[in-house]
Design a protein around this ligand. Structure first.
Ligand SMILES: Cc1ncc(COP(=O)(O)O)c(C=O)c1O
Length: 432
């Protein structure tokens, strides 16, 4: 069969071979492997080849007629087009800024852009000096840069057992040993981390203290302090991922303020303005800046100045704050909807977080829930891509609250999931 070809309706096969309502295991497996795509009302089709797909496998998963709850992206808003036009006009009307933006940049990043960013971060209660920042092409690049520059192939890094897949990909690409640390409702367990550090040399601990992606756990102050003590005792670097921006009033004290001498902090505008700008920064202790800058120079010489100029114009004009105020009010409304609709089920989420983690009730399996949700027009991600190493995948799914432009559409998606949970999995067990 070729990409786009339609498979025979499962119903026909079921009528011919087995029980009515039977869900064919071959169809389920093909969909799980990404070979086919099921859409409500239009059946199952063969997907395009890898070469036709966008690079992030999950970016192509939601069909046009599906409610996408799979991506952690900023909430759509047409005001961005106006704001971008304003930024570009501002840059084009200032010859010196235009000249600087188009020139080669120093590897640490354009000095005035670092100053604007440091000022903005400090104003938003993330106090930093321009000299501590290295401009990067977004958060993923900052993650890669830190690990490439500071950890050697074969050395060990640790993170929560379920973590951001981009970190898993970096560790794999760089040939690092990536070890999972067990967690509770506050994230990484200090005792488990201590044991791991006693067993072997760990170079770096990756953390998302505000709400872990995907499991949503928030680290208390006491938990952060316990982790800092372990990091000091065993000489660990701490790589704190702040890409999932949380408004200052809802944020704890970042690790880089508790242990500035060993902590790196990742900032990005991807969840604030848009991910396509590819603009972020890595805050690092001053003794590490030369190594990080040298690694960035080897990778790409420097980050494009024009993207930085746009992002800095967006931040300094106050337009980013308008987006932040609007977006986080909407996010908290959607989190409240999710909490209410799924109140009978076990969920973990930050009240201002981009996603929630739903632990599926027995006897649901995550792959079946994702496939059944897709059939009902809702796209989700199961736990597998978040598992470090061979850590077993829990029967849970990540629900992102931001992709739908319309809150009513989001609510419909959540209601469909609530109905699905209430109905339970199809009773027809595969016959062997
Ligand atoms: C926790 C986390 N870190 C890093 C990234 C990547 O950030 P960026 O898009 O700025 O590269 C993401 C993106 O979703 C993320 O969720």
């Amino acid at each position: 069969m070729s990409p786009g070809d339609k498979l025979p309706p499962q119903r026909l096969l079921a009528d011919a071979w087995v029980l009515p309502g039977y869900s064919n295991p071959a169809y389920r497996e093909a969909e799980r492997r990404g070979l086919t795509e099921a859409r409500v009302g239009s059946g199952t089709r063969v997907r395009g080849s890898q070469a036709d797909e966008p690079e992030f496998h999950h970016l192509s998963r939601a069909g046009a007629d599906s409610i996408d709850l799979s991506l952690s992206i900023p909430m759509p808003n047409p005001i961005r087009a106006e704001q971008l036009a304003f930024c570009l006009q501002q840059i084009a009307s200032q010859p010196e800024i235009t000249r600087q933006s188009l020139a080669y940049q120093p590897e640490q990043g354009n000095r005035s852009q670092r100053e604007i960013l440091a000022e903005w971060m400090t104003l938003h209660e993330l106090p930093v000096e321009a000299s501590e920042l290295i401009i990067t092409e977004g958060g993923q690049h900052a993650d890669y840069l830190a690990m490439q520059a500071l950890i050697r192939p074969g050395e060990a890094v640790a993170s929560a057992a379920l973590t951001y897949p981009g970190m898993i990909a970096v560790a794999r690409q760089l040939g690092l040993k990536h070890l999972p640390v067990p967690t509770d409702h506050q994230g990484i367990l200090p005792d488990a981390l201590e044991r791991l550090c006693q067993q072997q040399k760990i170079r770096l601990l990756y953390v998302m203290p505000e709400y872990n992606n995907p499991t949503g756990e928030h680290m208390s102050q006491a938990r952060r302090e316990a982790i800092v003590q372990i990091a000091r005792r065993h000489d660990l670097l701490i790589l704190e991922d702040g890409v999932q921006y949380v408004i200052a009033a809802q944020r704890g004290i970042p690790f880089y303020r508790l242990a500035p001498e060993r902590s790196l902090y990742i900032f990005s505008v991807s969840k604030i303005i848009e991910g396509g700008l590819r603009f972020g920064a890595l805050r690092a202790p001053s003794n590490l800046i030369p190594r990080l800058s040298a690694a960035l120079r080897a990778q790409c010489w420097s980050v494009p100045g024009l993207m930085g100029a746009i992002a800095c114009q967006w931040l300094s004009s106050g337009n980013a704050d308008t987006l932040i105020d609007w977006q986080w009010a909407e996010v908290s409304k959607r989190q409240a909807i999710l909490k209410k609709e799924l109140q009978h089920y076990e969920t973990e989420a930050h009240a201002y977080g981009f996603h929630a983690w739903l632990k599926l009730p027995e006897p649901w399996r995550a792959v079946d829930f994702v496939a059944e949700a897709a059939r009902r027009g809702v796209t989700l991600i199961a736990s597998d891509p978040f598992c470090v190493g061979s850590h077993p995948a829990p029967q849970a799914v990540r629900i992102c609250v931001t992709p739908p432009a319309d809150t009513a559409v989001f609510e419909t998606g959540i209601q469909r999931l609530a109905t699905l949970l209430q109905e339970g999995p199809s009773h027809a067990a595969p016959l062997v």
